[in-house]
Design a protein around this ligand. Structure first.
Ligand code: NIG
Ligand code: FE
Length: 412
């Protein structure tokens, strides 16, 4: 397949870098009037139209005219909780009336509300709901996604959620990574002795999850009112023993030790960071850990915005993901995240593109395969509706500007 007459091809990474940090975040290859050549599921070539040899067109079985369209790498969404049973719009109203997220959680709402509904739902029901959401976000530009468990909070329900994610992996053209987040909330019956729940996660859940090879990553909600630093360390060590790489929920409610613990255990990412100070920024420098901001959550809960510009000035990479979940970010629309990155976090469109493609691909361990226009990478591309250039994408916010998705070299 060959795409020709592309108005602008963006997100090109020639050097094969696996992430971009600091000033590099502003770098992205752009070609006006371009072509992309795809063989099987891979990008094999691209360049300006004038360098395309006429014989190349004759050997192609499919030539697609992309006149007036921008072509860019599909979004990678490195942080979602999209397998859940019930929406929580009544808690949304409670929040409007003045209750905080923590207050709702304390009285058994929030994550525990979702866990109750998950326990009552069958694997098939959960699968159907999640598949529909996955299809929805794919239509809005997502080509790779990380999905967490965490609305189970019992061994049986956590396994049920992870088996749903495995089925999504098998059936969807979207590249999926799974994350075991048994330590997402503290069940009511463990209040006051949460270390017993941590024991359950470590001694029963993790070995079973590993025995079915259900998780690529291990996650903990390390925050005020949730899991402590000590809980987090214990769980991460157990997960690592079974081959799961850490990713952490840190510093959403308060500055905790989440960033430091994540870095100490080689987390691939530390996520949220609505609360982050100089010490945490210092701690993240020259590490393999991707700081990941979740603009949808800050927007939905009216939280302080992470100092993305300060982080970039300090030389850090920044990734931005959706956090799609029923409680704090009921949207997996990565085009909105791209717009938020520019409008509220003051990233330029190029920086925002890197934050939502290559850097999020890194944060889910797949940036050698997806996240940029690079020869040899999977052909996971967005073809936009008619538009002039990349900048239009974050600027014209609030509508779906994806015309076609190409995943693994095929229009889906
Ligand atoms: O990433 N912070 C923890 N977990 C989710 C929210 C879960 C929920 O409220 O259902 C998050 O924001
Ligand atoms: Fe989350």
């Amino acid at each position: 397949m060959i795409l020709i007459n592309i108005k602008e091809l963006v997100g090109i990474e020639e050097q094969g870098r696996l992430m971009k940090k600091g000033a590099e975040m502003a770098e992205t290859g752009r070609i006006k009037d371009a072509f992309v050549c795809i063989k099987g599921d891979k990008i094999v070539d691209y360049g300006p139209m004038q360098s395309l040899k006429p014989e190349q067109l004759q050997v192609e079985n499919e030539v697609l005219d992309m006149s007036g369209r921008v072509v860019m790498p599909a979004f990678c969404d490195s942080h979602t909780h999209l397998v859940y049973a019930n929406s929580r719009e009544l808690e949304f109203v409670d929040k409007i009336r003045g209750l905080s997220y923590e207050e709702i959680a304390k009285r058994g709402g929030g994550i525990l509300n979702s866990a109750k509904a998950t326990a009552a739902a069958s694997e098939d029901e959960l699968y159907d709901m999640a598949a529909e959401r996955l299809n929805e976000v794919m239509r809005m530009g997502t080509g790779a996604i990380e999905i967490k468990s965490g609305y189970g909070l019992t061994t049986e329900s956590e396994l049920k959620l992870l088996r749903v994610i495995r089925r999504l992996k098998e059936n969807s053209p979207v590249l999926i990574k799974s994350n075991f987040l048994g330590a997402h909330g503290i069940p009511m019956e463990y209040r006051g002795h949460q270390e017993d729940y941590v024991d359950l996660v470590i001694n029963e859940m993790i070995p079973l999850v590993a025995s079915e090879d259900l998780a690529d990553f291990i996650d903990v909600f390390c925050d005020k009112g949730f899991f402590t630093c000590e809980d987090t360390e214990r769980i991460l060590m157990a997960g690592i023993k079974y081959g799961m790489r850490p990713k952490i929920h840190a510093n959403e409610m308060a500055i905790s030790c989440g960033v430091q613990v994540g870095v100490k255990y080689g987390a691939i990412s530390v996520d949220h960071l609505e609360q982050i100070g100089k010490e945490e920024i210092e701690c993240l420098k020259d590490t393999e850990t991707m700081p990941t901001i979740l603009p949808g959550c800050a927007f939905f809960l009216n939280l302080p915005l992470s100092p993305a510009r300060e982080m970039i000035s300090a030389g850090l990479p920044v990734a931005m993901a959706s956090d799609f979940n029923p409680g704090t970010s009921p949207s997996g629309n990565m085009q909105f995240i791209l717009s938020m990155a520019c409008i509220r976090y003051r990233l330029t469109p190029e920086e925002a593109l890197n934050a939502t493609t290559l850097n999020t691909a890194y944060a889910m361990g797949v940036s050698d395969e997806v996240g940029s226009i690079t020869r040899g990478k999977r052909a996971n591309l967005i073809v936009t509706q008619p538009m002039t250039q990349l900048e239009f994408m974050p600027y014209y916010y609030g509508t779906n500007k994806v015309e076609k998705m190409i995943l693994n070299g095929k229009i889906v």
